[in-house]
Design a protein around this ligand. Structure first.
Ligand SMILES: Cc1ncc(COP(=O)(O)O)c(C=O)c1O
Length: 338
């Protein structure tokens, strides 16, 4: 086991031993290549650099209470990577290629998998981009898919805690027929400015409204939004939201708990009717939303900064129990790697 202070890890890149790659050239994919090189050599006119032909994924491997290492819903991340590649007209790797690369990276970097009980995990970052040199805007003929890993710390160091969120009415993240429903770099580039504005004002995240009418709740930073009321889990439906794998899992768990699940438009005015609300994603599982501040109208919506709602807490616990092997994996979400 690597000599790392697992408790003090944040969400930063930390060099591990190996990464794996596939190269698409002359109409076909290479075999998996394993390397310890952190760098790539690329033409200065590569399509990813100029026209944003880039996509990525994020998923985690957990060391369980039983000592086993579990990758959470890796096939779902692989399928989402495929949909991103299709949207950008990049070559589409097979599910097996992506899953095998993830498994290989976890195995080869075993000494970087944080021990059980630290709250830390091994984050995997598949990243793929067009590498064809050229000047015109057109699909790339060549691409590189890399999967690397980095240990990351527990999102909430002192236990799950509510966050403050700022509503942004100035910038949109993604247009209805744009690329919001796939995980491509351009969406994140578009979100940086509103993130900076929110952070400057002391908010940890941004709540986005839909780009067409600015009426409906969309996403919460790089996470999906959900609200709880009347024994119902409600989450927005929109063509510009990234289909979160955590959200999909929470919807299933909510159903298992006997809650109703609604996937529909959520007008912003409905926000104050929720008993609980939160942001969900791989990074934190759930960040309960304690307060939303509408920057333009200077209006505050309070859900409580000092308590976590009962339903959010139960959903969070149930999901983590599956990830850490403390509860039965009824839905077959985990791949045991080691
Ligand atoms: C824009 C956006 N929405 C939602 C999510 C949450 O998705 P997941 O639960 O698959 O991590 C992410 C993170 O991947 C994201 O970047």
């Amino acid at each position: 086991m690597e000599n790392i202070d697992w408790g003090s890890l944040g969400f930063n890149y930390l060099k591990t031993d190996w990464n794996v790659r596939y190269e698409f050239k002359d109409g076909k994919w290479s075999d998996m290549q394993v390397t310890s090189d952190e760098y790539i050599q690329m033409h200065m006119s590569a399509s990813c650099l100029h026209y944003g032909l880039e996509l990525f994924e994020g998923l985690k491997a957990f060391r369980g209470a039983d000592g086993k290492v579990r990758l959470f819903r890796v096939k779902d991340n692989a399928a989402r990577l495929q949909s991103s590649a299709e949207r950008l007209c990049l070559p589409v790797p097979t599910i097996d290629m992506i899953v095998n690369a993830c498994i290989e990276v976890v195995k080869r970097n075993e000494r970087f998998i944080p021990p059980y009980g630290t709250g830390a995990s091994l984050y995997l970052r598949p990243v793929m981009f067009g590498t064809t040199a050229g000047l015109g805007v057109k699909p790339a003929n060549d691409a590189l898919l890399i999967v690397y890993a980095s240990p990351v710390g527990a999102y909430f160091k002192e236990g799950i805690k509510p966050i403050k969120v700022a509503l942004d009415r100035e910038q949109d993240r993604a247009a209805p027929r744009g690329t919001g429903d796939v995980k491509v770099g351009g969406n994140y580039a578009a979100s940086i400015l509103s993130g900076v504005h929110a952070h400057e004002r002391g908010y940890s995240n941004v709540l986005y409204l839909d780009a067409k009418e600015h009426k409906y709740i969309e996403e919460c930073g790089a996470a999906n939004f959900f609200g709880i009321k009347n024994n119902t889990y409600v989450t927005p439906k929109s063509p510009s939201i990234l289909p979160s794998i955590t959200n999909k899992s929470l919807r299933q768990l909510a159903e298992d708990m006997g809650l109703k699940v609604e996937n529909r438009e959520i007008p912003f005015e409905e926000l104050e009717t929720f008993e609980e609300c939160g942001a969900c994603g791989t990074a934190a599982v759930i960040s309960p939303i304690g307060m939303v501040y509408d920057m333009e109208n200077e209006k505050t919506y309070n859900f409580g900064m000092d308590k976590v709602g009962k339903t959010s807490m139960e959903l969070y616990t149930r999901l983590q129990d599956i990830q850490y092997g403390r509860a039965e994996d009824k839905h077959n979400w985990c791949t045991i790697v080691l």
